[in-house]
Write a protein that binds this ligand. Sequence first.
Ligand code: FAD
Length: 222
Amino acid sequence: MQQYTVRITGIERLTHDVKRFRTEIPEGYSFIPGQATSLSINRPDLRKRMKPFTFTGTGKDPFLEFIIKIYPAHKGLTDELDRVSEGDELIIRPAWGAISYKGQGTFIAGGAGITPFISIFRDLRQRNELQGNTLLFANKTRDDIILEKELGEMLGRSFVNILSEERSDGYFHGFIDEEFLKAHAGGGEKRFYVCGPPPMMKSVLSHLASIGIDKSAITLEF
Ligand SMILES: Cc1cc2nc3c(=O)[nH]c(=O)nc-3n(C[C@H](O)[C@H](O)[C@H](O)COP(=O)(O)OP(=O)(O)OC[C@H]3O[C@@H](n4cnc5c(N)ncnc54)[C@H](O)[C@@H]3O)c2cc1C
């Protein structure tokens, strides 16, 4: 498989456990918003230890961007990524993935599952085609919400947050269930995009089935 070595040009902390990494973009490299790549750190002991991470840029930027939740306790790749610095190198491979924009709909994300949707929303905003899409974003607490300000600016009232471990004005409380979906899923075309940790995906898919959403109307990954 083709590999590309890219230098890290910027690292920024977005939440208490999420970091944004920007890298150079290899000449001629391309991806579709929503896609991921297999990424590793360019160090002799780590080059073969790869995990998928989603591009959060639009594909038209002069850099690549990844937003990555760090799991120190797993002692896996994200723990290593927590320790890299600007100037260090990553290895990426060709872009792949099941999520891409197929038309207006309701986007349902849990935690770091927001990453493919960030890329899609930024791309739609650039093309002035964001209107008509709704984001339901599930997190544990307000401090866990990735890019809350930017998502709010992009989506306005179509950005709906639900928190499972905190009660706060302006935020719904609990888990995404049938009632929540019926109340907040966008109208019009009934297309759904779902991305999040496996237990959340399982639960959301069963609630979508219960409210009569056909599998063919659902795009998902993770
Ligand atoms: C298509 C796709 C796109 C993705 N895009 C992104 C993205 O953009 N951003 C993002 O943040 N993530 C993304 N992910 C998730 C990412 O690929 C990694 O799975 C995740 O970051 C965890 O990697 P890790 O190596 O740190 O830990 P893991 O692979 O989860 O864990 C490493 C090891 O730790 C152990 N372990 C597992 N769970 C625990 C636990 N609870 N406690 C202690 N030890 C444990 C296991 O032995 C495991 O082998 C994506 C996943 C997919 C499939």
